[in-house]
Write a protein that binds this ligand. Sequence first.
Ligand SMILES: NC(=O)c1ccc[n+]([C@@H]2O[C@H](COP(=O)([O-])OP(=O)(O)OC[C@H]3O[C@@H](n4cnc5c(N)ncnc54)[C@H](O)[C@@H]3O)[C@@H](O)[C@H]2O)c1
Length: 373
Amino acid sequence: MPMIRAFSKVAKDLFRTKGCGCEPLIVSVRSITFSPRQVTTDASFHSVSFSETDHPKVLITGGLGQLGVGLAKLLRKRFGKNNVILSDIRKPSSDVYHSGPFIYSDILDYKNLREIVVNNRITWLVHYSALLSAVGEANVSLARDVNITGLHNILDISAEHGLRLFVPSTIGAFGPTSPRNPTPDLCIQRPRTIYGVSKVHAELMGEYYHHRYGLDFRCLRYPGIISADSQPGGGTTDYAVQIFHDAVKSGKFVCNLRPDTRLPMMFIDDCLRATLEVLEAPAESLSMRTYNINAMSFTPEELTKEVQKQLPDLQVTYEIDPVRQAIADSWPMNFDDHNARKDWGWKHDYDLPELVQTMFNFIGSESRLAHAN
Ligand SMILES: NC(=O)c1ccc[n+]([C@@H]2O[C@H](COP(=O)([O-])OP(=O)(O)OC[C@H]3O[C@@H](n4cnc5c(N)ncnc54)[C@H](O)[C@@H]3O)[C@@H](O)[C@H]2O)c1
């Protein structure tokens, strides 16, 4: 274990539990004997290390997956191209490489991560690296390393450098004993996948670091995310992206979930906007650190009907993948996100008909482009 040091700047309110009506627990700085590793004596534990007029300097880990490139685009529009750094262990496409700063970063390499944060004066960290549900079940030990050990590195670095840290969680952080229709923010969480277990761990560790060290931890539980221009990374909700591509390409789709499997879903633009909004929300508006967010909820059968309004000849058959089906059967059917709506004004834009229309508009324009070239 690296050397343990006492914090020098633990503020009074670090131990105040918002809304509990208790007096803040004041703990003498010297009495704190446990801290994240390598905390420097002048570390600030408040996230706003840039002035009001400055933009944050953002690092996105695991940025080449389904969500990272889109988020970088949104954040760069808001904060400037050079203020948002994408990182991953994969090689970026030429488009991505030329669209803004990219750095190689393995989240299991603590020293390298630290160097990136210091050298680039990072103030916000969006931690997207993860192995998703189906991929995680196929490689539990790697999922444990990336999703749990990697998170520990991120938490320590964020606490050490006073970063605002966003970590996404998921509908997969719930399990068969959670209420499923709807699933509230606070309820029993006993997931049965390594992905779900690691995400509950992330929620709890982030909240612990917030209360213990004042880390500005923010977390949204995303539903299944549907995107047009990026491929899903091996989750249980991937079918809801694949159906559009197969429908256009071959007019046929083989679905790996039962037709009546109801899951919460969201269009990527809503997901990325929610992420920016919660990152920008004033700390006093957040009564919690981990929020459900939702947009719609549908089954493969309902999605097929909506898709067939555009492509009536689409044929859908079902070949159930028992691993994905078991995962889906243990997940929420509907997500209760009233706390996000109340606290920081969350509101989704896309319901199922708009989602389907937008996906076809995008895929249609892509294939027209491909034919033209
Ligand atoms: N996409 C969804 O439907 C969805 C839903 C809920 C939550 N989430 C969460 O959002 C985040 C992003 O999801 P996504 O769909 O873009 O995931 P993805 O699987 O598409 O991408 C994850 C990225 O992490 C990278 N990665 C893997 N190991 C790494 C390592 N050791 N160091 C650095 N990077 C590494 C991969 O190369 C990949 O590019 C994840 O944390 C995921 O759990 C996604």
